[in-house]
Ligand binder design. Structure first.
Ligand SMILES: CSC[C@H]1O[C@@H](n2cnc3c(O)ncnc32)[C@H](O)[C@@H]1O
Ligand SMILES: [Zn+2]
Length: 439
């Protein structure tokens, strides 16, 4: 049988239900999908491939899923460091966005971010930012997969003057991407402190009608929760429960402030939790109780947040930080294993986005969103458990090949759809503009 692609790695890290790791197996890809995972000898006997990629020193795994970011903010990387969330946001980031975040900024910033993500093994990202129609263009040119936010805040920005306009622009985005199999959508109200009950209720009925997820920053800091209690005598999660927003299609990002009854509520409502450990550490926001959430049966996925609060879009780094931080927070080395963290960055991200039938693991019939990691170097020797290595000892420079829906977007570390030199030039252009006014 003639097929498009046959990949012969040293290890297949399936991230299936039993976390199976296969040796001397090949992955057969046809029409963008995983057709078979079978012993190499059987693959050779069965398939005639248009392209064969032989990688005996490499592991293949499902593409990583960045479940929370603001791609275009890559152009603000390093603009304001060493600050807590509210000073960072209100005194630096929002003023910069008011001045600079236009269509061109979002298009070029998103492309820069996508290039970094692809080179770090990310094949799908969940975004929340202004002018998402420009992110669409960057996504489509690059070939990556994305879930894009239809954003909402209760104040005017350069993107929209009022709530009606935010919603209209969101619905226009829906029209723009309706035929694109690689783009899905979320409603993306920014945070409990920037969106009113009335707006949330409008979003809730739209999300229900279109069966789309709602993606929001939530309980990011102790100050956010204390302020809500001082103003309304209600914690944000309780408010969202009262409004009927908590369910399986609700994606709560951060959640560094949770008591035991809130953890039980999240489990009961099957809310999706997106953990962004490096952003939480850098902004000193607090610690998400990941081990308790997992123990309660909550699905926890992983996000980088933006390059302006991280300051990279590297899920390999994020996996390592997530595993180490959880152990430190609980003072228990046994919590949040490498296997659990790899699931957070793959299948759990897919579940959070409602895409787990299509992506998140190497299984027959799923989309061929695949990455390979070079484990042949000195730093990777010896290797008793490849999954341990992927979390505790791999850096993004080891990412070698990346495919999305069977299309090679990174070949031996070279981007095939994006021009690196152009991206560097564009980033430096923005740096000279933004840096001049930032002083
Ligand atoms: C409405 S577009 C997204 C909006 O979110 C801002 N942002 C980026 N990171 C964070 C964060 O960690 N907490 C809260 N808000 C954040 C971004 O600058 C945009 O204004
Ligand atoms: Zn964020």
């Amino acid at each position: 049988m003639q097929i498009d692609l046959l990949i012969k790695p040293g290890w297949v890290i399936t991230v299936n239900q039993t976390d199976q790791v296969l040796k001397q197996h090949a992955v057969a890809v046809h029409a963008g999908k995983i057709l078979a995972i079978l012993p190499e000898a059987d693959a050779e006997a069965t398939y005639q491939a248009t392209k064969t990629v032989v990688l005996p020193q490499q592991a293949i795994l499902p593409g990583l899923i960045n479940a929370h970011t603001h791609a275009a903010m890559s152009l603000l990387k390093g603009l304001a460091d060493d600050l807590p969330l509210m000073a960072w946001l209100q005194e630096h980031i929002w003023p910069a966005e008011r001045q600079w975040a236009n269509q061109q900024f979002v298009y070029e910033g998103s492309k820069l971010a996508i290039a970094e993500m692809l080179r770090s093994g990310t094949t799908c990202f969940n975004d929340m930012y202004f002018f998402a129609e420009e992110t669409v263009k960057a996504v489509q040119e690059s070939g990556i997969r994305a879930s894009l936010g239809m954003i909402l805040v209760d104040f005017p920005t350069t993107y929209a003057a009022d709530v009606d306009t935010y919603l209209q622009r969101g619905l226009a985005l829906r029209e723009q991407v309706k035929d694109d199999p690689l783009i899905s959508l979320c409603f993306a109200p920014h945070a409990p402190y920037t969106v009113s009950d009335q707006s949330l209720q409008r979003l809730q009925s739209l999300a229900e009608a279109f069966k789309l997820p709602i993606h929001i920053h939530m309980h990011e800091t102790a100050q956010e929760v204390a302020q809500a209690v001082a103003l309304n005598q209600e914690r944000p999660l309780a408010r969202f429960e009262r409004l009927g927003l908590l369910n399986q299609r609700f994606l709560a990002v951060h959640l560094t402030q949770l008591n035991t009854s809130e953890i039980a509520l999240l489990a009961y409502k099957q809310v999706q939790v997106i953990h962004c450990p490096e952003s939480n550490l850098k902004l000193a926001s607090g610690f998400c109780p990941v081990a308790q959430l997992i123990a309660a049966g909550v699905n926890v996925a992983l996000g980088t947040d933006s390059n302006a609060s991280n300051n990279d879009l590297d899920l390999f780094g994020e996996m390592r930080t997530a595993a180490l931080l959880a152990k430190a927070v609980d003072q228990d080395a046994s919590v949040v294993s490498a296997h659990q963290v790899l699931r957070m960055a793959t299948i759990n991200g897919a579940k959070a986005l409602g895409l787990d039938q299509a992506i998140g693991s190497i299984e027959i019939g799923k989309s061929a969103d695949l990455i390979t990691i070079n484990l042949g170097g000195l730093e990777a020797q010896p290797m008793y458990d490849p999954i341990s290595h992927l979390v505790y000892c791999t850096t993004r420079e080891q990412v070698s090949w990346v495919w999305v829906a069977g299309k090679a977007l990174l070949e031996e570390r070279k981007l095939s759809t994006l021009n690196e030199a152009e991206l560097i030039k564009s980033a430096q252009h923005w740096q000279s503009l933004i840096g001049e006014t930032a002083g």
